[in-house]
Design a binder for this molecule. Structure first.
Ligand code: FES
Ligand SMILES: [Fe+2]
Length: 348
């Protein structure tokens, strides 16, 4: 089962943190089975170093900054932002091996991204674009949840929205996914789905920003893309059903950002945006409660799935039955397999 062993490409941009989490106090966090310490230089640049002192493996994140250097909490070795050891308190000479690995990082909009693989490839690989997060005309909000499940379980969850009518029957209430297939498109290492809904009741989360009547019927399109193993971008385009309103499409978008910590644990950030209405504090709180309740339902079921995967030993002689609704998720697995095979012949 891919959800039990490392199944993550190193040569990919992954979200490491929200910008304001990275400060002059070192932040330790695990990505792709490796410890990383994040901090800002005095000039405000983000630094990502291996969070393992080469002396006796103390986490540098437990230390402190001295200028732009980080000082190990155990015996006081210091390392600069390039990972070079700059000071050993007990001697003048510094062994050549006394250095820590650095990781490429980029800050874009609200997020800090990290590249755990070949640094040369980081330089030529653009970040995934999330224009609604920093573009004009969008109201946005975001959140974070640690999930004790493999990151691909989250990616597959958001590629198959037929769970809406069951898992989220009492939260999202996004109707229309029970019948009919969606269009599935595969191109350039991504997979997308698109489903047109006719005269379905408006879900409450779509109505909160602008008071669109809950339960009022409207045409809409639900769509989503597996942009990379780190990013799923989804949206709802809804035709404003209120009489007397200009005929324009209201857009609500959600980005799911999955960064593996280990095979069984994932950092999960989500960001929402809509180009209509606005957030009053009350609307923002209402939407936040609804989204957290919904994503907690996903988290709970995915953690239960992970638990079965880890504890039931009958993997080799058990089947996993797929149905038509799983087409996007199966395509995503193929894309991931190709990425892993291109990295040192690894397979998920
Ligand atoms: S473990 Fe870091 S200085 Fe000894
Ligand atoms: Fe869900």
């Amino acid at each position: 089962m891919s959800a039990m062993k490392p199944n993550y490409p190193e040569n990919s941009w992954w979200v490491a943190a929200v910008g304001e989490e990275v400060t002059r106090t070192p932040l330790g966090r695990w990505f792709l089975d490796r410890p990383v310490v994040l901090y800002r230089t005095e000039a405000g640049e983000v630094v990502a170093l291996e969070d393992r002192c080469p002396h006796r493996w103390a986490p540098l994140s437990r230390g402190c900054l001295v200028g732009d250097d980080i000082m190990c909490p155990y015996h006081g070795f210091r390392f600069d932002a390039t990972g070079t050891c700059t000071k050993i308190p007990t001697q003048q000479t510094i062994p050549a091996m006394a250095r820590v690995k650095t990781h490429a990082v980029r800050e874009d909009g609200p997020f800090v991204w990290i590249w755990m693989g070949d640094p040369a490839r980081a330089q030529v690989t653009p970040l995934p674009e999330l224009p609604f997060l920093s573009g004009p005309g969008w109201n946005t909000m975001r959140g974070y949840m640690p999930v004790k499940a493999n990151y691909m379980l989250i990616q597959e969850n958001v590629l198959d929205l037929t769970h809406f009518g069951f898992l989220h029957a009492d939260t999202l209430e996004q109707k229309g996914w029970e019948g009919g297939d969606s269009e599935v498109t595969v191109a350039d290492g991504t997979v997308g789905y698109r489903k047109q809904m006719r005269q379905e009741p408006v879900a409450s989360f779509l109505g909160i920003p602008d008071g669109i009547g809950y339960g009022q019927k409207a045409d809409r399109v639900d769509w989503g893309h597996f942009v990379s193993p780190a990013v799923h971008h989804a949206g709802v385009d809804i035709v404003d059903p209120r009489p007397g309103r200009e005929a324009r499409t209201l857009r609500f978008q959600i980005t799911h950002l999955t960064t593996p910590e280990s095979p069984g644990r994932t950092h999960y950030w989500y960001a929402l945006g809509h180009d209509y209405g606005e957030y009053t504090p009350e609307r923002c709180a209402e939407l936040t409660d609804l989204i957290v309740a919904t994503f907690t339902q996903d988290k709970d079921v995915l953690e239960a799935v992970q638990d079965v995967i880890e504890r039931d030993a009958r993997h080799a002689d058990s089947v996993e039955v797929s149905v038509t609704a799983d087409r996007p998720a199966l395509q995503a697995r193929r894309i991931l397999r190709a990425m892993l095979e291109s990295e040192q012949g690894r397979t998920p």
